[in-house]
Structures are given as C-alpha cells and as structure tokens.
Design a protein around this ligand. Structure first.
Ligand code: HEM
Length: 510
C-alpha cells in the first residue's frame, strides 16, 4: 500500500469513528428525528440548499417530512428546529434562560465589537444594554418624544410624492422609497440628520447611496465556513470572512464618523448646555451617560448600539410594509376597509398622526396579519446548559431555530391559515401565548416592537389616507428563473400613487 492508500484508510476510520461517537454524545436518552447526514459535514449540504431556497421553505419541507421537532448537524453546529407551539412553549417558559444566548459565531467576533453589542451573551453586559434601550431609546416617553421625527419624515416623503405627481400620478420603486423613509427616520433618531434629501429620492445618486447603506447595514452575511468547521478557521483571510470583515470596516468607519461629528457638536455650548430633550439624539443620550459611566459607554458599545438600530430597525420594517402593501393591492376590499376606518377616525381635513394610532384598530390588524404570514424564522439562539425539550435530551451548545412560518400557519391554531384575513385579530383569534410570535419570545424578545408597530402603522396609514395605489409594472425577472427567486422580483415592484382628490388641499399645505 502506498502512502495515499494509508491516508485514505486513516481518513475513513476517522470518519466512521466520528459518526459512531457523535450521536451518542448528543442524545443520551432517545434520538431526535433528523435527515440522513454525511460524516463531518453533517447536513451542511442543506446549507447549500438554504442559500438557494428561502430558509423557511427548506424548514417547512423538512418539518413535513421529519415532524415539528428535528435536528440538523451543520458541520460542528447541532441545530434544533422547532415548529410546534408546545415545544416552543417548553423552550421559552421553563428553559428561557438556558436559551437566552445567541450563537457566538467566530466570524461575528470583530463585527459585533468583541460581542459587546446586543448580540452579547446573556449576562450583565447584555442586561445593561437592554436597560439602555428600554429606558433611553424605546421607552414610552422616548417614543413620544421621537414621534415628531416620524411624523416629519413621513410627511417629507408624502410631500415629495404629492409634488412629483404633477401628471396626476407618480411612479416610484416601492422598495427604495420605503428604505429611504426608514433610514431617514432611524438615522434622525440616532444622529439627528436624515440620510436622503429631496433631490436624492428616486434618483440614481440617491439609489447608489441607498445601495451602499443597505449593503453596510444588511443583517445577512455571507456564510463563513470557519463557523461550522473549526479546522477551516484559518480561512479568515479569504472568501466569506474577508467579505464580512471588509463590510465591517466600511460600516465601522461610517458609524465612527457619525459619532465623532456629534461628539464635536457636543462641545458647542448649545448642545452641551442641555439642548431640549426633544432634540436629543440617541448619540447625545449615550454621550451624556458616558460622563457617568465612561467605561461602559466606550466607542465600541456606542457604535454597537447605533448599528443595532440601523440594522435591526430598517430591513424588518421595510420588508413588512412592502409585504402589507403587496397584500393590500391584491385585496382591494381590505384596502378600502382600512381607508374607511382612517376617514372615520381622522377625517379628510388633516393628516393622521401618532395620537390617532390607538383608534386605528383595523390598520393594526393588517400589520399583525402581515407579520403572521410573512415573518419566517427567529434569529438563532444557543443553549447554555443541558435541558429536555419534547422528551429529548438537548445538550449545551445546541443552536435553536424557531420556524415561525409553520407555527403561524398551523391549521390547528389558525382558521384558513394561508388566507390574508386581518379580521381574525379583531375576533381575538390571536388568543393564547406562543402562537403569534413575530417579535420573538422570552428575555431576548425584540426590544423595538412598539417603535416598529408605530412606525409601520403611521407610514402605511398615511399612504392609505393620501393616495390611491396601483402596481405599475413589475420588472418580471421571474421568467426562466426558479420560483424561489420571486422574492427578489418583489423588490422591483413599481407603484403608482395618485393623490386622493379629497386630500389634495391638505397635501398642498405640506
Ligand atoms: C417589523 C419589524 C420588526 C420585527 C418583525 C422584528 C423582529 C425581531 C425578532 C424576531 C427578534 C429576535 C427575538 C428573539 O430572538 O426572540 C428581534 C430582535 C431585535 N430587534 Fe427587532 N424586529 C423589528 C423591528 C425592530 C426595530 C424597529 C428595532 C429597533 C430600532 C429592533 C431592534 C431589535 C434588536 C436590538 C434585537 C436584538 C435583541 C437581543 O438580542 O437582545 N427591531 N427583532
């Protein structure tokens, strides 16, 4: 036998050994359902599928085949996938603390400022960050103060639509329009300036700037092999990890410049002398707190908080609003009902504002129903101790994925689960916990849910109140491509907005 044969035999023996020992170490009591896997790479080929298909579609298919609770081995990472309400309840009631960590992927270490952002492990540092968000950024009082920003920015965009509709209508690319609106709102809350001025909306210059921002703050990262195969960590200087790092450098420079600009401004008497509370940006609040806790509020923590707002607060709301608009276009009777509600509550002599929101129940139901149908998977968690779920032993370090789409369409829990029926939330079909979880569950639940709902209801409501809509043309990139690419196609939706005649006087005063 030559050296190559020896090597092959050795590698085969190692693979067999690995295959024989790993499952025993993992489930001592009984074996969780799982698709057939390969030694070492486990179900990693599914990851390749995941890259091609939307994640929820893959999980749904696997769920149909292996049941609501199954295990995937993604290289070294064991991943438990949950879809049933009872298992989700078990995870997030008695085992909530155990599942309150996010996976600490090596490729995220630099990007997450050494895990000092909200992606930090469950513990004191993370609790302090959550307290900062709960008290200083997203508390009812803060949301009340920032309502002027939301109103101003929505009106700024509405004014643009009205003024450019000189031929009786205006055609805009919906995705860009919504992103510009959201980046303007969140950026103004964070740093006091909007990102896109009037002469940039719907122009090539504005779109280039938007592409840059979207790319810098996209929560989707390329797949770093070293996260799943520790023996490939040396690849950090190549491929995906290099791309992640380059993206980070660009984003970090952008955040640092914003911080420095505000810090320098802080030295001028007008702001350091107090500035009214309403004018205080999130950066200003952090700089004030830094005076008392300089170690905690260092530059990395402050940039991490700014990043959390820009990353977690823009894509989610844009995707939801776009989905809501798409669904309303295909359900004109629901759109009409929403417009009637707004006309009844607000009238036609003024624009709706934050104070009207509690009275716009049906509009809120539309947002909820969109979230029910369109949120797919919760960001992963990781167990910090051994525990039992559904009678199976789950070892420490198991990654957890909650397949929300299947839960939200479970026919046992929802009548006509695939239909868009906002009324179900009026009839309290929502009833009971662990059934409707678009913002996550437990201690790590989304801290921005109230802001998100207010922002989306106000934006969507104002668009419904002021304009008639129709879909102009869809750049149908679906021809000849697989069905899963349809998601991308949606991004190219162009919309026609026609000012409603009854509202033209109000719009003309903007
Ligand atoms: C439609 C809008 C939104 C949806 C559907 C959404 C959904 C979620 C979900 C599912 C999680 C994970 C929760 C879990 O693991 O249980 C999350 C986390 C988070 N969200 Fe949101 N979110 C939205 C808007 C926002 C906004 C507007 C902000 C802030 C400005 C925000 C900030 C965050 C942060 C910072 C986290 C991480 C929390 C942690 O790990 O401690 N989100 N969000």
């Amino acid at each position: 036998m030559d050296a190559l044969h020896y090597l092959l035999v050795l590698v085969s023996l190692l693979l067999i050994l690995y295959q024989l020992t790993v499952p025993k170490r993992i489930e001592r009591k009984n074996v969780l359902p799982r698709p057939p896997s390969l030694p070492i790479i486990g179900h990693f080929l599914f990851i390749k599928m995941l890259l091609k298909l939307p994640l929820h579609e893959v999980l749904n298919k696997l769920c149909n085949k292996y049941g609501p609770l199954f295990l995937l081995h993604l290289g070294k990472r064991r991943t438990l996938v949950l879809s049933a309400r009872s298992d989700i309840e078990e995870c997030f009631s008695k085992n909530d603390i155990i599942f309150s960590n996010r996976p600490l992927l090596p490729s995220r270490k630099v990007v997450e400022y050494n895990f000092t952002t909200l992606g930090a492990p469950y513990g004191n540092h993370w609790r302090n960050l959550r307290r900062f968000f709960a008290v200083e950024v997203l508390s009812p009082k803060r949301l009340q103060l920032s309502s002027t920003i939301r109103t101003e920015e929505i009106r700024f965009m509405i004014k643009y639509l009205f003024q450019t509709s000189f031929q009786g209508f205006v055609k805009v690319e919906l995705n860009s329009f919504l992103y510009m609106l959201d980046f303007n709102i969140i950026m103004k809350m964070v740093a006091g300036t909007r990102c896109f001025e009037e002469n940039e909306i719907d122009t090539d210059r504005g779109k280039d700037k938007l592409d840059d921002l979207k790319q810098s703050f996209s929560p989707v990262e390329p797949l770093a092999l070293g996260d799943y195969f520790p023996f490939l960590r040396w690849l950090t200087c190549y491929g995906a990890e290099k791309k992640i790092l380059n993206k980070f450098k660009k984003r970090d420079a952008f955040l640092q410049a914003m911080l420095d600009a505000r810090q320098n401004l802080d030295k001028t008497p007008s702001v350091s002398g107090g500035g009214s509370e309403i004018d205080q940006t999130i950066i200003d609040v952090m700089l004030k707190l830094k005076e008392f806790e300089p170690e905690f509020y260092n530059d990395d923590v402050m940039k991490g908080n700014m990043m959390a707002m820009l990353m977690a607060g823009t894509h989610t709301t844009v995707i939801t609003m776009q989905a809501a608009i798409s669904r309303l276009i295909s359900h004109p009777e629901i759109l009409k009902k929403a417009r009637d509600e707004i006309d009844n509550v607000v009238g036609q002599s003024r624009l709706l504002n934050d104070e009207d929101l509690p009275n716009l129940t049906y509009l809120h139901c539309i947002i909820n129903e969109t979230l029910r149908l369109d949120v797919s998977v919760l960001p992963p968690r990781e167990s910090s101790e051994d525990c039992t779920i559904g009678g199976y032993h789950i070892p420490r370090g198991t990654q957890l994925m909650v397949n929300v789409l299947t839960l939200h369409r479970d026919p046992e829990l929802w009548t006509e689960p695939n239909s868009f029926m906002p009324e179900r939330f009026l009839q309290n079909e929502k009833g009971g916990g662990f059934k409707f979880v678009p913002f996550g569950i437990g201690r790590r639940i989304c801290p921005g849910s109230t802001l998100a709902i207010r922002l989306m209801t106000l934006s969507l409501g104002t668009l419904i109140q002021c304009f008639e809509w129709e879909e102009a043309e869809t750049e149908d990139k679906s021809q000849g491509v697989a069905k899963h690419k349809l998601n991308k196609r949606k991004k190219c939706v162009k919309m026609i907005f026609r000012p409603r005649e009854a509202l033209t006087q109000v719009l003309a005063q903007l």
